[in-house]
Design a protein around this ligand. Structure first.
Ligand code: NAD
Ligand code: ZN
Length: 356
């Protein structure tokens, strides 16, 4: 049988293991006179093990990204690009290093792309719209789950939509998976970001775009997630799950939960992991047995989710959320097949939001 599967994508180089951030010198391109790197680092990591592990030169730029405040936006990325160009009088960095969660790593990726492509980052939200390769970039997750270290997208908030810059040029050239960095993550956030990985695996496995190779990654990642959240798995397992779940998604797609979750993030400003948890909890009819496992994990970790989260939204807010969901054509095709519009109607989407 002829296969229509795309070319399988993976980050070409990675270093794995607790303490491995100290080996970053083996991955960065060597500098000549006048060269500099840009570090984009989650500001919760200030004055910690991250700074101790890096040897930042005075010529380098360090941008502390306030990931705790909000998910990154196209405006922030455009401003950061302009700031780098201004400060260095147009000289490009040799390398960009993004250290943090999905939010901060995505800023690093988007900056890399936007230093080499004209206009606003808004223009590149979508699939394969980036013409020029970006600056060489390295990703370092400091919280596990998003799989952004493995993915070919940089997800950004726009005026009325949350959307990724999906492109081969959005992939890191190298990553470092150092589980010592995730030790400081607070329990609730650990759970929500970890569930993002669990949901990536479920959506990948239950979707129509899966093949045996991507299934291998998702199956293993799901098993590791369950060991971490239902057994006594360790941080290296969670880092591995996050990465493998990400690889699986790059080579398949997300599904109904992500399509609904983006609506919650734009209207209620819910963070990705949390929004996913709220949405997944009402998706029994699509992901039945996995939703049951999810509820077990909620219980085990004593996590309380808000209820009736959409009850105070007016019609126009609800319509914006439904519009956002309907824009997620690829995930919905993956989840429900080519005929998804007949299955996931506006009324059905509204009904699901009102259940959350
Ligand atoms: P995040 O980057 O949004 O961070 C969540 C919180 O954890 C923030 O407050 C952050 O400061 C904190 N944090 C990070 N590292 C920490 C540490 N070591 N100790 C203490 N606190 C720490 O979280 P995330 O779940 O990794 O990423 C979600 C974001 O990634 C969303 O913006 C989402 O849209 C995006 N995302 C991208 C992809 C992709 O493939 N590019 C995939 C999934 C999600
Ligand atoms: Zn996700």
């Amino acid at each position: 049988m002829e296969t229509t599967f795309r070319i399988f994508k993976q980050v070409p180089r990675l270093i794995f293991g607790a303490g491995s951030l100290r080996r970053i010198g083996e991955l960065v391109p060597p500098k000549n006179e006048g060269d500099y790197y840009v570090y984009v680092i989650d500001d919760v990591l200030k004055n910690g093990v991250v700074e101790d592990s890096l040897s930042i030169d005075e010529n380098d730029l360090v941008e502390w990204f306030p990931a705790t405040r909000k998910e990154p936006s196209t405006i922030q990325v455009d401003e950061l690009r302009d700031k780098v160009i201004k400060e260095k009088a147009g000289k490009m960095p040799l390398c960009i290093i993004g250290i943090g969660g999905g939010s901060t790593m995505d800023v690093g990726k988007a900056l890399s792309v936007m230093l080499c492509n004209e206009g606003s980052s808004r223009v590149y939200q979508g699939w394969d719209l980036v013409a020029n390769p970006g600056i060489f970039k390295i990703g370092v997750p400091s919280i596990a789950g998003s799989g952004a270290e493995a993915s070919r997208t940089a997800v950004l908030m726009g005026a009325d939509r949350k959307f990724g810059i999906n492109s081969d040029h959005s992939m890191f050239n190298a990553i470092i998976m150092d589980s010592s960095l995730i030790k400081t993550v607070k329990k609730d956030q650990w759970f929500y970001s970890g569930m993002d990985c669990f949901i990536h695996c479920v959506e990948s496995l239950e979707g129509t775009m899966i093949n045996e190779l991507a299934r291998g990654y998702a199956d293993k990642a799901l098993e590791l997630c369950k060991r971490v959240f239902m057994g006594n798995g360790d941080d290296d397992m969670l880092m591995t799950a996050s990465y493998m779940g990400g690889v699986s998604i790059v080579n398949s797609e997300v599904g109904v939960c992500h399509a609904l979750s983006y609506g919650l993030s734009i209207e209620l400003e819910y963070r990705h992991g949390y929004a996913n948890c709220i949405a997944f909890n009402v998706l029994d009819e699509y992901y039945g047995k996995h939703v049951a496992s999810f509820r077990e994990m909620l219980k085990r970790h004593d996590i309380q989710l808000s209820t009736n989260v959409c009850s105070n939204l007016d019609d126009s807010a609800m319509n914006r959320m439904i519009d956002m969901t309907l824009r997620m054509e690829r995930p919905l095709t993956n989840a429900l097949g080519e005929n998804w519009k007949a299955i996931l109607t506006r009324d059905k989407i509204r009904e699901l939001y009102l259940k959350m």
